[in-house]
Design a binder for this molecule. Structure first.
Ligand code: 5RP
Length: 226
């Protein structure tokens, strides 16, 4: 319950930044859920006029149910504001994302956005990234070789499962959750991971977040700008 208050507070603060005429990126996860719900209310009841693109099939469905007009990517050149959650964030606004398995679309949308607003409860703010296992999206073909390369980087990778089945992303790929424990140099690790053939993308988001909105269990928010 407490954590829901924190997530909702952060999400609703982020929704205040959305203005009529904007193209909005909609994130994935339990915090982004509250942002989509609030934006839906603003569209239905408060005269907000926006277009949106979603970072997952799940968020796309939720947004349509809420009456938010969704546009195909073929019609989008640039996104004004992206609102998304995170699994971990540090004070430099470097992130781990992908706990919900949507990291690839999340990174594409974040990189195409003028602003990336990250919303999270205060437990997500860390000194050093890496306690949360870093999700890495990998191609199913020869994934054993890719896993071997990830192991060589020290990530202790495990193929993600959901309900006893291998988890498949919206893009038809696997997720390798990598247990680094402490990532001292996220910039270098990001480069090494994305140099492995078979890795599509990894969950380190560096230089993408512009604002971090942290909620607490009293419903208060703290805003950190990059
Ligand atoms: C999904 C993500 C989410 O933003 C991240 O997992 C945080 O989720 P939640 O808001 O449910 O804690 O990266 O791929």
């Amino acid at each position: 319950m407490q954590i829901k208050i924190a997530k909702k507070a952060a999400a609703e603060e982020a929704a205040k930044l959305v203005r009529t005429g904007m193209t909005v990126g909609l994130g994935t996860g339990s915090t982004a859920y509250y942002a989509i719900i609030r934006l839906g209310e603003m569209v239905r009841n408060e005269g907000l006029i926006i277009n949106a693109v979603a970072t997952s099939e799940e968020s796309d469905k939720l947004a349509r149910e809420q009456g938010i007009p969704m546009v195909p990517f073929s019609e989008v050149q640039q996104i004004d504001i992206d609102i998304d959650g995170a699994d971990e964030a540090d004070a430099s606004l470097r992130l781990i994302k992908g706990g919900g398995g949507a990291l690839l679309r999340e990174k594409i949308i974040a990189a195409a956005s003028d602003q990336m607003i990250v919303i999270a409860d205060d437990a997500k703010l860390v000194n050093t990234l890496g306690k949360f296992p870093l999700p890495v999206e990998i191609i199913p073909f020869a994934h054993e070789l890719t896993m071997h390369k990830l192991r060589e980087l020290g990530g202790a990778p495990v193929i993600r499962h959901k309900q006893d089945k291998v988890f498949i992303t919206d893009n038809g790929n696997f997720i390798a959750d990598c247990y680094f424990e402490e990532i001292q140099d996220p910039e270098t690790l990001n480069i090494h991971l994305n140099s492995i053939p078979g890795v599509v993308e990894n969950g380190l988001f560096i230089g993408l977040a512009t604002t971090l909105i942290i909620g607490n269990d009293k419903g208060e928010v703290r805003i950190i700008h990059r």
